[in-house]
Design a protein around this ligand. Structure first.
Ligand SMILES: Nc1ncnc2c1ncn2[C@@H]1O[C@H](COP(=O)(O)OP(=O)(O)OP(=O)(O)O)[C@@H](O)[C@H]1O
Ligand SMILES: [Mg+2]
Length: 260
């Protein structure tokens, strides 16, 4: 058994009167990846934001990397957010258009200083690690394709050697063929670095590639959880079965409980 890095117990989140997460429990060992799946609005991003401490919980416990996130001081949270990384869905809006890639990666290493030179080798290494040419570091985001920008976002997330990574729908904005390449890259890096990661997607097939365990969220409730192989070979809950059969990538995709 590996050490537990993330332990969420009976987490509840309300937005006003709506109960967005209900008694959600997730635990994650060091070096493991948990996939979180569920259709749009099921609460996946809310779970991620609660883990980072930007969405307040109304009940339950959140422990990450030895920190009680709900009870942490402002200062502890600031330090904590330097040890964990969120890789965003849309790298175009999260990469500053006025910074070169090198400046963006340097900013991740040393916020607020704007120094590139001391980190040039490290930046070059990471660009190559995500399949880009090191000489591209002096270019701007608009000079890259969507898939390349997502690779840059992955490099930015990993260059600080985070103890925990949250990837929230990082391939959903990409073409299917590019998606597969980015997933393969992430699976490869995860393996070689032993990343501890929460991988969020509405697509169960996508989650399968990079996860050890899967948590299925339906309307803010965990309806099924377990090792990937088990979820795929013998899903127990109707919603998991429907996710396996449906194409959740299609517009307007929604699943409703069968009539009792
Ligand atoms: N800041 C907020 N204030 C009020 N309601 C919110 C807020 N953020 C999210 N919600 C609601 O909480 C529910 C869960 O949203 P969340 O973004 O976590 O879903 P998701 O599973 O990430 O969906 P998607 O696949 O579309 O990203 C939705 O009903 C959403 O409308
Ligand atoms: Mg979301």
């Amino acid at each position: 058994m590996s050490d537990t890095l993330v332990n969420v117990t009976d987490l509840n989140v309300h937005f006003g009167t709506s109960h967005v997460l209900q008694d959600v429990s997730v635990s994650l060992g060091t070096g493991r990846t948990v996939g979180v799946v569920g259709e749009s609005g099921s609460g996946k991003s809310t779970l991620a934001k609660a883990l980072v401490g930007v969405v307040p919980a109304s009940g339950g416990e959140i422990w990450v990397d030895g920190l009680d996130v709900r009870l942490a001081t402002r200062r502890e949270l600031a330090q904590y957010r330097r040890r964990i990384q969120m890789i965003p869905q849309d790298p175009f809006s999260s990469l500053s258009p006025r910074r070169t890639i090198a400046q963006t990666l340097a900013e991740a290493i040393e916020p607020g200083r704007g120094r590139v030179r001391p980190y040039q080798d490290r930046i070059a290494h990471w660009l190559e690690r995500v399949g880009l040419d090191a000489s591209m570091m002096h270019r701007y985001p608009h000079e890259f394709s969507g898939g390349q920008r997502q690779r840059i976002a992955i490099a930015r997330g990993l260059i600080i050697d985070p103890s925990f990574v949250i990837a929230d729908e990082i391939t959903s904005a990409l073409d299917v063929s590019v998606q597969a390449q980015v997933l393969e890259l992430l699976a490869d890096i995860r393996e070689s670095l032993g990343l501890t990661m929460m991988f969020i997607s509405h697509n169960l097939a996508v989650v399968q590639h990079v996860s050890d365990d899967v948590v299925v969220l339906y309307r803010g409730v965990v309806v099924e959880a377990g090792p990937v192989a088990q979820i795929f070979s013998s899903p127990q809950h109707w919603y998991t079965k429907a996710l396996l059969e449906a194409d959740p990538g299609s517009p307007g995709f929604t699943l409703d409980a069968p009539a009792a």
